[in-house]
Design a binder for this molecule. Structure first.
Ligand SMILES: Nc1ncnc2c1ncn2[C@@H]1O[C@H](COP(=O)(O)OP(=O)(O)OP(=O)(O)O)[C@@H](O)[C@H]1O
Ligand SMILES: O=C(O)C1=C[C@@H](O)[C@@H](O)[C@H](O)C1
Ligand SMILES: [Mg+2]
Length: 183
């Protein structure tokens, strides 16, 4: 990899639903003066309906196909800040294209910190609906196995202020860019 290419790579945020990918991604993009793209939002724009309606009327399969197509297309670009949906990394092709083209940042959260957020996010996350707390916990840990094996950098985000979190991600990125340039 050339020196300039690391700095130019996209940054992709991954992690469980409600971990803060959209919130943190937007803040990081602003701090780095880069474009921010939220894949869930792009899918909603394409179908002109919110995600629960897409799942109910078009189906999860079509949603996952659209998710893959959008991410694959975006990974041809550089310098983007991209927040993917919580289920994107379940698809092997998405993992592969993101890990090879971009810096993948895993936003890690503990179950204890996350479970308090459930009531505020459940209405817009169909994957969480109709499940018991035990089933959601099992999904949380099953997904964690995927995230924790497929990233370049990670940060524990359980009880942090969002702006401080974004700032420390920016500092981590800048440090790694500088280290590569002085090699
Ligand atoms: N560190 C935090 N502290 C408190 N609340 C937070 C934090 N991070 C996110 N939230 C809140 O949790 C909710 C979900 O955050 P966000 O939409 O950024 O998650 P996400 O990771 O993008 O989820 P999804 O995978 O479903 O897109 C938002 O209402 C947000 O305000
Ligand atoms: O984790 C998931 O499977 C999902 C997460 C959200 O970001 C959306 O992409 C959708 O609600 C599915
Ligand atoms: Mg999001």
């Amino acid at each position: 990899m050339s020196n300039s290419s690391l700095r130019e790579k996209n940054i992709v945020f991954i992690g469980f639903m409600g971990a803060g990918k959209t919130t943190v991604g937007k803040l990081v993009a602003k701090k780095l003066y880069r474009d921010f793209i939220d894949i869930d939002e792009e899918i909603e724009k394409e179908y002109n309906m919110p995600i629960p309606k897409i799942f109910a009327e078009i189906g999860e399969k079509a949603f996952r196909e659209k998710e893959k197509e959008l991410i694959q297309n975006l990974c041809d670009y550089k310098l983007k800040i991209i927040s993917v949906g919580g289920g994107a990394f379940l698809q092997e092709e998405i993992r592969r294209v993101c890990l090879s083209s971009s810096i993948v940042f895993y936003l890690d959260i503990t179950w204890d910190a996350w479970k308090g957020r459930l009531s505020s996010i459940i209405d817009s996350r169909p994957v969480l609906q109709g499940k018991s707390m035990e089933e959601i916990e099992a999904l949380f840990y099953k997904r964690k196995e995927i995230y924790k094996n497929n990233y370049h950098s990670t940060i524990e985000i359980s009880n942090q202020n969002m702006d401080e979190l974004a700032e420390s991600i920016v500092q981590t990125l800048k440090l790694s860019w500088e280290l590569h340039e002085t090699k």
